[in-house]
Design a binder for this molecule. Structure first.
Ligand code: HEC
Ligand code: HEC
Ligand code: HEC
Ligand code: HEC
Ligand code: HEC
Ligand code: HEC
Ligand code: HEC
Ligand code: HEC
Ligand code: HEC
Ligand code: HEC
Ligand code: HEC
Ligand code: HEC
Length: 306
């Protein structure tokens, strides 16, 4: 027998010892009439789970298994309160060979429960709400969050080509834009990104009425510095008071001022700018060109026209 023993791994020895002890425990609770051989035979015949249940109490599990009871106790959630070990594990090896349950036994009726590989995300059934998300996931997220994908599809941007978990690597966590991007001015902070952008439609730039003009300055240095230097009341009007709500809108002078001069004058000089220059450089009619050339090199995005 010695040679056979040597081939056994240490683990197997321990395992067999444990199973031995386990059988003894069951035998004790069932009256001890079975021999070890009889028990072995019975293992080969399929045993209904119900017949096994009374022989093994939940309190027995912890005698041999430490981790599962600990996980359930600390992080089991509804798998602690709504079900017990033996609702999921009916019977026990060697008597019952297959005692790992299918999730679908108890969870059905939602598209989420039709997913493949539940354990990909719910990696520990004894702590079911602790999720470890695989790297490139999108489709499974949509069983609960449709709206985000609808936005990503409707408003195409580079983000539309990314997987949900590229940004949400942990469930429920929201990434900082600035973990991947820089702001438009050196002093711009993360909290300000959402003044103009939404993550799932980042090119649909919209903003509220309170936005500080400084936030536009990174890309429109000309407009910003002209207004800052302007001596008329436009100096105190913010960018978004004139360029309302959606990026790129341009107002007409008349939207705010109506027709401020006698019709005769307007008919003769239809362009407000002919006398008032531009809205940013208002009334700087004497030397509008000089005002520009005084400034150091402009940091103006190439794409900005006019
Ligand atoms: C006397 C010790 C002992 C007791 C008591 C015991 N187990 Fe086990 N259990 C083992 C051993 C040893 C194994 C490894 C058996 C094997 O792999 O064939 C095991 C394996 C398992 C497995 C894994 C089976 C698989 O297919 O991988 C589950 C699940 C399990 N036990 C659940 C339970 C539950 C639930 C209880 C309480 C109702 C319990 N055990 C009580 C010793 C015990
Ligand atoms: C909601 C169902 C469910 C409940 C309740 C449950 N288990 Fe499990 N258990 C599973 C599933 C599913 C697996 C297989 C996990 C895998 O394949 O990674 C498993 C695996 C195991 C294993 C083998 C792997 C390991 O983690 O060591 C043991 C032992 C085990 N369970 C013991 C228990 C004990 C003891 C209890 C009660 C304290 C319990 N289980 C409660 C579903 C459950
Ligand atoms: C024996 C029945 C049974 C099995 C098998 C089972 N569950 Fe459950 N599970 C329940 C019950 C009952 C609840 C509580 C009611 C509900 O949320 O549906 C629950 C709740 C959950 C919850 C929510 C937990 C909470 O605290 O809110 C998750 C997640 C979950 N199960 C995942 C799984 C996964 C994954 C599997 C397979 C590894 C699985 N379940 C297998 C019965 C089971
Ligand atoms: C892509 C990852 C992923 C996969 C795969 C996955 N789940 Fe989930 N599951 C989640 C997330 C995320 C939640 C929400 C957790 C929360 O509410 O905090 C969840 C919640 C649950 C819940 C509790 C809430 C509810 O809506 O019922 C159950 C039960 C559940 N899953 C069962 C399953 C089952 C069964 C499978 C396999 C058929 C499965 N899950 C596959 C990620 C996943
Ligand atoms: C079974 C349903 C379910 C699945 C699947 C699911 N979620 Fe959730 N998710 C929820 C619920 C419920 C909440 C709100 C409760 C919470 O914060 O945990 C939530 C919250 C979130 C939040 C935070 C929302 C906020 O307001 O801060 C993000 C981000 C998120 N999920 C992303 C994902 C991603 C990415 C996936 C795919 C890997 C995913 N979810 C899969 C149900 C689910
Ligand atoms: C996990 C990294 C990551 C996060 C987090 C992230 N982005 Fe992106 N984003 C990218 C990549 C990669 C691109 C494409 C390359 C580039 O333009 O930098 C991109 C592109 C963009 C674009 C240009 C889109 C286009 O199609 O031209 C905008 C605008 C944008 N991101 C804004 C944001 C905002 C605002 C946030 C926060 C709400 C954010 N991003 C969060 C990775 C990320
Ligand atoms: C480029 C990174 C990025 C990608 C890709 C991304 N998200 Fe988000 N998500 C965020 C950020 C950042 C927020 C915080 C809100 C914001 O800035 O608009 C967020 C918010 C959420 C929220 C909270 C509710 C809401 O809409 O604000 C959910 C749920 C969510 N994301 C799910 C998803 C799902 C599902 C996918 C894949 C279809 C996905 N996200 C793809 C970055 C991303
Ligand atoms: C005042 C509004 C505003 C704020 C605040 C803002 N953005 Fe933008 N962002 C824009 C506009 C407008 C565009 C140009 C969109 C276009 O080209 O149509 C843009 C473009 C981008 C782009 C695309 C590449 C580029 O530079 O043109 C990224 C990435 C970006 N923003 C990230 C951010 C991040 C990160 C923050 C926060 C630190 C932020 N934005 C804050 C208005 C803003
Ligand atoms: C990330 C850089 C960026 C930021 C920040 C930014 N813009 Fe722009 N803006 C641009 C670009 C690029 C264009 C040219 C877009 C085009 O031609 O489609 C533009 C064009 C404009 C136009 C002119 C549209 C036209 O038809 O000529 C206005 C008006 C404008 N922006 C106002 C603003 C205001 C107001 C803010 C602050 C709320 C702002 N921008 C913030 C990059 C930016
Ligand atoms: C979104 C509204 C808005 C638009 C568009 C607008 N203005 Fe004004 N303008 C104002 C406000 C507000 C004042 C200050 C009024 C006050 O305090 O009495 C003002 C003041 C003026 C003044 C008086 C300046 C002073 O210091 O007394 C002139 C001249 C003027 N605007 C011309 C124009 C011209 C020309 C245009 C088009 C190029 C224009 N405005 C576009 C809102 C606007
Ligand atoms: C009083 C209203 C008003 C204010 C304040 C204002 N704008 Fe304008 N803006 C206009 C009008 C009107 C035009 C169309 C050109 C013209 O007639 O002056 C315009 C044109 C533009 C354009 C496109 C043409 C160009 O000159 O580049 C951009 C970009 C722009 N504004 C950005 C801004 C930014 C950034 C701010 C804040 C720093 C700002 N504007 C403040 C009214 C205003
Ligand atoms: C022929 C030159 C000329 C034209 C064209 C012109 N303005 Fe004026 N505007 C003036 C002069 C000069 C004043 C100063 C009058 C004063 O101080 O009483 C003035 C004053 C104003 C004021 C300030 C009124 C006040 O009560 O303080 C506004 C607003 C104004 N103009 C808007 C406009 C708008 C809008 C247009 C185009 C529809 C326009 N102007 C076209 C010459 C002109």
């Amino acid at each position: 027998m010695g040679g056979g023993m040597e081939k056994m791994t240490k683990q197997r020895v321990v395992r067999n010892m444990l199973i031995g002890a386990f059988c003894m425990a069951c035998l004790a609770t069932t009256g001890g009439s079975m021999t070890a051989q009889a028990a072995d035979k019975e293992a080969k015949a399929p045993v209904p789970a119900a017949a096994q249940a009374p022989t093994l109490a939940i309190t027995d599990c912890i005698k041999c298994h430490a981790q599962a009871p600990k996980d359930i106790d600390e992080r089991g959630g509804k798998h602690k309160t709504e079900v017990s070990c033996i609702d999921c594990h009916a019977g026990h090896p060697p008597n019952v060979a297959e005692i790992i349950p299918q999730c679908k036994q108890c969870h059905s009726g939602k598209s989420h429960y039709e997913l493949e590989g539940c354990l990909q995300c719910h990696s520990n059934p004894h702590a079911p709400l602790e999720l470890s998300l695989a790297k490139k996931l999108t489709a499974p997220c949509l069983t609960c969050h449709e709206e985000q994908k609808v936005q990503l599809n409707k408003f195409k941007s580079f983000h539309s080509s990314m997987d949900c978990t590229d940004c949400h690597s942990k469930h429920g966590a929201v990434p900082a834009c600035m973990s991947c991007h820089e702001g438009h001015t050196p002093d711009m902070v993360q909290a300000e990104c959402s003044n103009c952008h939404k993550a799932h439609m980042p090119l649909e730039v919209k903003y509220g009425k309170e936005l500080a003009s400084k936030q536009c300055s990174g890309c429109h240095q000309d407009a910003y510095s002209q207004l800052a230097a302007n001596k008329t009341k436009h100096h105190d009007v913010s960018c978004v008071t004139c360029h309302q709500e959606k990026h790129g809108t341009i107002p007409r002078c008349e939207d705010c001022h109506g027709v401020p001069h006698a019709p005769g004058i307007i008919a003769k000089f239809p362009k407000c700018g002919g006398c008032h220059s531009t809205a940013h450089d208002l009334n700087n009619i004497d030397e509008p060109k000089q005002a520009k050339s005084e400034k150091p090199e402009q940091v103006k995005p190439e794409k900005v026209k006019k």
